[in-house]
Write a protein that binds this ligand. Structure first.
Ligand code: BGC
Length: 610
């Protein structure tokens, strides 16, 4: 697909509109507050170009109709035309990073780490198309996805947002996702946003928002490469990254943002900052704003303090520290993106063809998610061919995550940090529900801990274990005593300190309850199949020793039925590791390392052999 951003006819429309705009109108286009901090009246009064929902921020009862109504009100305000205000449609952004997963009842697809294991770019495209439909059902125009991070250190709390530690694999998914999401940029399309530019997966110790120390050549080879096919496929937006590169924050990095991304790689859409990301650039906010604009950021996600931001940009222009040329470049890009996305042609959200449609959470979408779950599961051990389970077997299902759709979905689901129960995930099946649907003699352990295991009653046990949900820095694993200080706190903003998830990747230490449950069952003479739900490979040596079979199911999302499909033998395993599996706590472990010595190598995955 050739990029719609190159169409001369759109460029002409941009110039006509730009020539009519005042400085305030231009700066407004560059501003993106969070929905809690701005009203439709603000959108008109300040000419705001965009509004976003941060993770878990939702209107009303969090149903599609609430979203359509909210966006409709913002859109109507943006389209009022009078002497002070020009009609320029607002673009609304959300984190639909594994389905439109902030919204109740959405189809929740596996997180990217699981999709990496499928090695199936066509599936990625279909997931993106289905997700686009569920975004459009909410009257929304733009998603901050896909993440093209190449996560090189499993301690990073965002490892699960990465398809792989391998650049080539991430690169192969970029265009299919963008094409599926943006479609023809007509009624079926949603603007995509590749993120986080650049080097987010390469920070030292895997610290979120940390420092990536690499030569330019290494940065290009490992972390930049996936962006080129996305740009060539016409991705409309790119998000700047919180991390620094060789000591300088990406949000203020002219070389990375302007020289490389825009000039050299030919990106013609607009760059959005990450959440208050410019706040890091200086202790003085006025200074920080100038640095971000001059480095090449075009639109600013400024959550709450957006009025201050607007006045600082204006003063920079009046003082000559930001040029009108730079402002015009930013606004040209924003307008071009809005034209290319067809936003000027679309009716108000309430009247769009897909708004409130029953494609939201639809069975066809859940089928695609279920297929993705099946293809993402990786079989690590299968002693005595305990798997596949027989459907008539007396199966004991236990473990803290056996009947917990919240745990399956992980972070960025309904709430920023995810949820921990079944009720908050409307629709779908837990692993237990999936097994129960297909195996009449399956029972759920009454205490969940497997203390009721009994070889005269149970032939086999499935124990679902692993991490509880987390997002971003809250998912980091950090060694040492300075874990809080190391978090890279923001100068302004809401999260001053990011408390990490834990101090070790060793499951037996961070979640001893899992090994205890396994032992409760195995010590009573019932063979155990462990199903691990996790956002990354963990050190599982102790658990592995104790069980007959071990399955990595990643964060499969709402469709636990897909796990049952494979355990019960309706489908074979086909997932292959997209991350190397460590045998010991080590700083970094990636395919291609010298002295590469994983427990299971990149590409590993057993199957039933049929
Ligand atoms: C994350 C982004 C996300 C944004 C908006 C930030 O904290 O780093 O990935 O798109 O919030 O929710």
């Amino acid at each position: 697909m050739t990029s719609p951003l190159h169409a001369p006819v759109l460029k002409a429309r941009v110039e006509t509109l730009l020539s009519r705009m005042t400085l305030d109108q231009k700066i407004g286009q560059m501003t993106q507050p969070e929905r809690m901090a701005c009203t439709p009246e603000d959108v008109k009064a300040y000419h705001l170009g965009s509004v976003l929902s941060g993770g878990g921020s939702c209107p009303g009862e969090n149903k599609p109709a609430d979203w359509v109504d909210m966006n409709d009100a913002y859109w109507v305000a943006s389209m009022e035309e009078d002497e002070q205000h020009l009609a320029i449609p607002l673009i609304y952004g959300v984190d639909a990073i594994h389905g439109n997963s902030n919204v109740l009842g959405a189809t929740v697809f596996p997180h990217n780490i699981g999709l990496g294991a499928t090695r199936d770019p066509d599936l990625l495209k279909r997931i993106a198309q289905a997700t686009a439909r569920e975004i459009l059902a909410c009257g929304v125009d733009w998603t901050f996805a896909p993440t093209l991070a190449v996560a090189r250190n499993d301690h990073w709390g965002r490892t699960y947002e990465s398809y792989s530690e391998d650049t080539q694999l991430v690169t192969s998914y970029a265009a299919p996702f963008v094409e599926g999401m943006q479609s023809d940029l007509g009624d079926d399309g949603v603007a995509a946003c590749v993120k986080h530019w650049v080097g987010d997966g390469g920070t030292t110790h895997g610290i979120d928002q940390g420092e990536t120390t690499l030569s330019l050549g290494e940065l290009r080879d490992v972390h930049m490469r996936p962006y080129q096919p996305a740009i060539d496929a016409g991705v409309l937006t790119v998000m700047a990254s919180f991390n620094s590169w060789n000591g300088d924050k990406c949000h203020g990095h002219k070389q990375l943002l302007t020289d490389v991304l825009k000039d050299e790689m030919g990106f013609e859409g607009f760059i959005i900052s990450d959440w208050d990301g410019i706040d890091y650039l200086s202790e003085d906010y006025y200074d920080a704003v100038g640095k971000g604009v001059n480095a090449g950021i075009d639109m600013f996600m400024v959550s709450v303090e957006w009025i201050e931001f607007i006045s600082h940009v204006r003063n920079h222009v009046l003082n000559g520290t930001v040029s009108m040329q730079r402002i015009d470049d930013a606004v040209r890009r924003i307008l071009l993106t809005k034209f290319a996305a067809g936003l000027f042609e679309k009716p108000r959200p309430q009247e769009r063809p897909w708004s409130n449609s029953d494609s939201f959470g639809a069975d066809q979408h859940r089928e695609i998610a279920r297929e993705a779950v099946r293809k993402s599961m990786v079989l690590l051990k299968n002693q005595d061919e305990l798997l596949p389970l027989k459907k008539q077997a007396r199966i004991l299902v236990a473990g803290k995550s056996a009947d917990n759709r919240g745990h399956q979905c992980g972070g960025f689901t309904v709430a920023w940090q995810g949820v921990q129960d079944n009720e908050s995930i409307v629709g779908g099946t837990s692993v237990w529900e999936g097994i129960k649907n297909q195996a009449a003699n399956a029972v759920l352990s009454e205490d969940g801990l497997g203390l009721d295991a009994d070889p005269t009653l149970h032939d086999v046990a499935v124990v679902v274990i692993g991490e509880r949900p987390y997002a971003e820095g809250m998912g980091d694993v950090r060694y040492g005593d300075n874990v809080l200080v190391e978090a890279g706190s923001q100068i302004k903003g809401l999260m001053k300190i990011l408390e990490p998830y834990g101090r070790t990747l060793e499951l037996a230490e961070s979640h001893p309850e899992d090994l205890a449950t396994i032992k409760n069952i195995s010590s009573r003479g019932v063979p155990v199949i462990a199903v691990l739900l996790s956002g990354r490979p963990l050190i599982i040596n102790k658990e592995l020793d104790e069980v007959a079979s071990f399955v990595a199911a990643w964060l499969p999302g709402s469709e636990g039925q897909g796990v049952a499909d494979v355990l019960l033998g309706d489908f074979d395993f086909q997932g292959k590791l997209s991350f190397s599996w460590p045998k010991e706590a080590k700083a970094e472990l990636n395919v291609g390392d010298q002295n590469y010595d994983p427990l299971f190598p990149f590409g590993f995955g057993l199957n039933y052999g049929r």
